[in-house]
Design a protein around this ligand. Structure first.
Ligand code: X8Z
Ligand code: ZN
Length: 621
């Protein structure tokens, strides 16, 4: 993710507000911010507004660098003290943001130039979790968010007599085809989160209080307001996009269910109804590419390569994956990453200390102290994630000439889509061949296997990308109360994804807490949007490159003209409403899932044929 997400706007794109193991529940030591920010009162005139904005940007930028460095140290070395420091720094930053947002309101009725108005609005809108303006609130909020994030990061559970990490659990789930094992891993990881529930509920109360003071109905409405349209219009827009892609998802669900039924039998996976979530090769069933071998079409040629195998055979290391991803961007004419990227990033999981392994990209000084934090493994998934993270870093650097408040993505979905756009080219066999990983580019007989593999990740993701915030919107609005947290989460999983847990969930379960972005407080609709935008960008880029073949075979590797146009969009940052940024690159001004349909067109037709005679769908009641 990218960094402005959080309570503390500091540095990581996925950013985290987290906390952890070392700051245990019931202790109350953190919190008072080190300094109360002093904000100069400027006259309520256009000049006063401009002076206020300039001063605010300077103050925010300085504090954000400080908070970013503290947050980096906490995320890469979780201890009682680093949690204490992060909570304190985040509290201070939140207090500053809230104070500035309140001050900005004094200019509501003053006529000011568009860019100043946009910045005044952004001062409110870019606070992910606002604290109310009363003593102690920002401190309590920051302590909770740091603790939630660190609890997730340091979570362990018992499996076959050993304490294992999330990453170890994910690896087992990706590879095991034993339903007893996948069930144990699915349920085991979810034992780390019940302890988060009360903290989460309290956090919701505080952030809602803060959001209301800023004029939003609740924190969900605040999150939905960041898309250059009203919060209700944005919710309706996501409904519209989902309706555009839902038939395709249902087609994929139907096909995968039938294959799983064939593999495991009725007792494990019935032929109708929802799919058992632990059989899909991923801890949250959000991407299903790991079970390609289970669902591979038996009447088509086998894929002639597996990217994980290619990387392993070619002795790739995590650093080499990072260098290769950088090479994709530089081939499009973008500059190399700074030396400090290589010196300061965390590319592999360090020994002997606790870290946040969930991948993120950071922009510590808001200029060029770019870094990633990953626990990279040599496999196809992390090859893709590396391109994703560097996309954030390239965006951050492209907009570093903008004023501070515009140093962000056109919207958060753009930020998440940049690297995925690059990876759509970087996963083509043509590209893998160009960089020497793959000897022979397969012919079109492998198109369906290739598209199926891609859809297992990209299409399967769509309802997950939607359901996470649908849950949070309900929580923030009060429609879902703490007693219903877990049932509402699983009801969403059933409704949107057509999935069920492998067995009844315990009374104290808090399954949402077992997904990083819930304890990490990272809004999630961004990823749903990114899974649409990346195909819009890809289609536009391939058109610019003069590509006339099928979209899934197009690669813009080495195309400097496309790179230049793409960078021009990225350089705009958040300075203009997002449709203008999109138009700058693609000529389009809308969210439009037709590019998804175009890319996967042959696969969707093939799935329809495969599903003939099957009754698809599931009952969500
Ligand atoms: O969180 C991420 C990135 C960091 S922004 C690794 N992603 C989402 C997830 O893992 O749930 C990328 C895809 C969706
Ligand atoms: Zn991201």
């Amino acid at each position: 993710m990218k960094r402005t997400l959080l309570t503390a706007a500091a540095a990581s794109v996925l950013l985290a507000a987290g906390a952890g193991a070392a700051l245990s529940h019931g202790q109350d030591q953190v919190a008072a911010p080190a300094a109360t920010p002093t904000i100069t009162q400027h006259p309520a005139t256009a000049e006063g507004a401009a002076a206020f904005v300039a001063e605010a940007e300077e103050t925010l930028m300085a504090l954000s660098e400080y908070v970013g460095r503290v947050a980096w140290v906490r995320a890469t070395h979780i201890t009682f003290d680093t949690m204490w420091l992060e909570a304190r720094a985040n509290a201070e930053y939140t207090e500053l943001q809230v104070a500035l947002a309140n001050e900005a309101a004094r200019f509501n009725d003053v006529e000011v130039p568009d860019d100043v108005r946009r910045k005044l609005n952004l001062m409110r809108q870019s606070i992910v979790l606002p604290a109310p303006n009363r003593p102690g609130a920002a401190g309590e909020l920051a302590e909770i968010t740091t603790r939630l994030d660190s609890t997730y990061a340091t979570g362990r559970f018992e499996h076959q007599g050993e304490q294992i990490t999330l990453q170890q659990g994910e690896e087992i789930l990706a590879e095991s085809r034993d339903p007893a094992v996948t069930k144990a891993i699915y349920e085991g990881w979810r034992t780390v989160s019940p302890v988060m529930r009360d903290d989460y509920a309290r956090m919701v109360e505080i952030a809602n209080e803060g959001s209301r003071e800023l004029g939003y109905a609740d924190t969900g409405a605040l999150w939905r307001s960041g898309y250059d349209m009203g919060p209700d219009a944005f919710a309706a827009e996501t409904d519209r996009l989902w309706e555009q892609v839902k038939p395709f998802y249902e087609n994929l669900h139907c096909y995968v269910r039938a294959e799983l039924n064939e593999r495991y039998g009725d007792a494990v996976q019935p032929a109708t109804g929802p799919i058992r979530a632990d059989l899909l090769g991923n801890m949250w069933s959000q991407q299903w590419g790991n079970i390609y071998d289970v669902v591979a079409p038996s009447d088509l040629p086998e894929s002639s390569y597996d990217l994980t195998d290619l990387l392993v055979q070619a002795d790739y290391t995590p650093v080499k994956i990072a260098e290769t991803a950088e090479g994709f961007y530089t081939s499009m004419g973008l500059a190399e990453l700074p030396d400090t990227f290589w010196e300061r990033s965390q590319i592999v999981r360090p020994e002997g200390r606790e870290v946040v392994c969930h991948a993120s990209a950071w922009d510590i000084d808001n200029v060029d102290d770019l870094r990633i934090k990953m626990c990279t493994r040599v496999n196809a998934e992390d090859f893709q994630t590396m391109h994703h993270e560097l996309g954030h870093n390239y965006y951050q650097r492209a907009y570093n000439q903008q004023p501070f408040l515009f140093r962000n993505g056109a919207n958060d979905g753009f930020h998440e889509a940049i690297g995925d756009f690059a990876a759509l080219s970087a996963q083509t066999p043509t590209y893998l061949n160009q960089i020497g990983l793959l000897d022979t580019v397969p012919g079109d007989e492998e198109d369906i296997p290739f598209l199926l593999k891609t859809a297992l990740d990209k299409i399967a993701f769509l309802p997950f990308g939607l359901m996470v915030d649908r849950w949070r919107w309900g929580v923030f609005s009060g429609e879902t109360t703490p007693e219903d947290y877990n049932d509402a989460w699983n009801a969403n999983m059933l409704r949107y994804q057509g999935l069920v847990p492998p067995g009844p969930r315990p009374e104290n379960a808090f399954d949402p807490g077992a997904k990083y972005h819930i304890p990490g407080n990272t809004p999630y609709t961004r990823y749903f949007l990114a899974h649409i935008y990346q195909f819009q960008f890809h289609r536009a880029a391939c058109e610019q490159a003069g590509w006339t073949g099928p979209l899934h075979r197009c690669s813009v590797y080495g195309n400097e003209e496309v790179g230049q146009r793409f960078n021009a969009m990225m350089e705009m940052g958040q300075s203009r409403p997002w449709p203008e940024a999109m138009a700058a690159f693609s000529g389009e001004r809308e969210n439009d899932a037709s590019a998804v349909a175009d890319y996967f067109e042959p696969l969707n037709a093939w799935l329809t044929t495969q599903n003939r005679g099957r009754s698809c769908g599931w009952d969500a009641a």
